[in-house]
Design a protein around this ligand. Structure first.
Ligand SMILES: Cc1cc2nc3c(=O)[nH]c(=O)nc-3n(C[C@H](O)[C@H](O)[C@H](O)COP(=O)(O)O)c2cc1C
Length: 343
């Protein structure tokens, strides 16, 4: 684990110590660089993940479009989707130039589009291929940890043994030491990706058992963990907790993380400072070009006032097409003023 400090654009200092104790899950269309800037303002320590990026898009497309991120987002992991070892390795190599802190292989996505490309969760049925992918990637980027995110099983397979075999084989045959386990099966036959995040039952006990049986591995648990007391309870059984939807719909859940889970004595900025830092960020982004519009950024801020009086007003203003059309970051401060008037 790296242990260095880097200032971000808002002159906050990001701290790498504590590693993946808490992380924000990779979420397609949600955890883009604008979201991650907000997350980093709230927690200096949380480990952040990109959305899943198809290895082919990096290798055959415009790498900068997929790999660029803002200074200060680290610690940041790139999640790759793919199943061709050479293509994944080439994508990892290109990513190395961008100083990602981890490259993660997606073996958990159940989307039919992903299955057609033969990657995501269906890779759990092909452990030899997964080992080949991880090894080829790790050889390409020897200085960056290559990790995996997967489910506890596929379809109606509900035994623990195949999960332990999958993890055991990869730990024997690869250098991968970090296993992020979404604690439910992926049902590849008929559920939508959204249903696959809710319907297959959660089996936290399987992930806890993995940690007991493979104590040398870093086991991170994920799935349905949506408040900080639940995070604390999980940390008694595993090395880290990855939170997805709760960090998106209620980003201030992360406000406690540095103090409570990383032992930091620095108070996280209050919401007023966060909103003003986001305003500054929006001004800089719009000035810098890159095709960014106000809407690209503020769509990720809708949950920021979750639970406060005026949250509805905040969401309404930040998603109003007419107001957004002016592309003026002042909208963020106006919406915040509307919330403050009610609190
Ligand atoms: C909108 C959305 C997009 C997602 N995209 C990805 C993805 O790109 N890669 C991935 O491994 N998981 C993806 N997931 C799954 C999450 O990483 C996580 O495993 C899942 O939401 C369960 O965690 P939670 O209950 O804390 O949300 C996505 C989830 C959501 C809600």
């Amino acid at each position: 684990m790296q242990n260095l400090e880097k200032p971000n654009q808002n002159n906050q200092v990001t701290d790498f110590s504590g590693g993946r104790r808490l992380s924000v899950a990779p979420m397609l269309d949600w955890t883009d660089r604008h979201y991650r800037v907000m997350a980093r303002l709230i927690s200096r320590h949380a480990w952040l993940y990109t959305e899943m990026i198809n290895a082919g898009a990096i290798v055959y497309g415009d790498p900068d479009r997929f790999l660029y991120y803002n200074e200060g987002e680290n610690p940041l992991a790139l999640q790759l989707g793919g199943s061709e070892p050479a293509l994944l390795a080439e994508a990892a190599k290109r990513a190395a130039a961008y100083a990602y802190d981890e490259i993660n292989l997606n073996c958990g996505c159940p989307s039919p589009r992903v299955q057609k490309g033969a990657f995501g969760a269906c890779l759990m049925q092909e452990v030899a291929l997964v080992a080949d992918c991880l090894n080829t990637m790790q050889d390409a980027v020897p200085d960056i940890p290559v990790t995996i995110k997967h489910r506890i099983g596929i379809d109606r397979q509900t035994e623990y043994a195949p999960l332990a075999d999958f993890v055991g084989t990869l730990s024997d045959k690869t250098a991968c030491r970090v296993f992020i386990v979404h604690a439910r099966n992926a049902w590849l036959d008929g559920l939508s990706p959204k249903e696959n995040r809710d319907i297959p039952p959660l089996r936290y006990d399987y992930v806890h058992r993995l940690k007991r049986e493979f104590p040398q591995l870093e086991i991170i648990i994920n799935g349905g963990i949506d408040h900080n007391d639940a995070v604390a309870a999980q940390l008694a059984a595993v090395d880290g907790v990855m939170v997805g939807r709760a960090c998106y719909h209620n980003p201030m859940i992360m406000h406690d993380w540095d103090r409570r889970f990383y032992g930091s004595d620095k108070a996280a900025p209050d919401l007023d400072s966060i909103v003003h830092a986001l305003y500054d960020y929006a001004c800089r982004q719009l000035a810098a070009g890159r095709g960014t519009t106000l809407r690209h950024m503020v769509r990720h801020y809708l949950g920021l006032t979750h639970g406060l009086n005026g949250a509805r007003q905040w969401r309404r203003m930040l998603s109003d097409a007419n107001l957004l059309g002016a592309n003026n970051p002042q909208l963020i401060l106006d919406a915040w003023q509307a919330v403050q008037r009610l609190n």
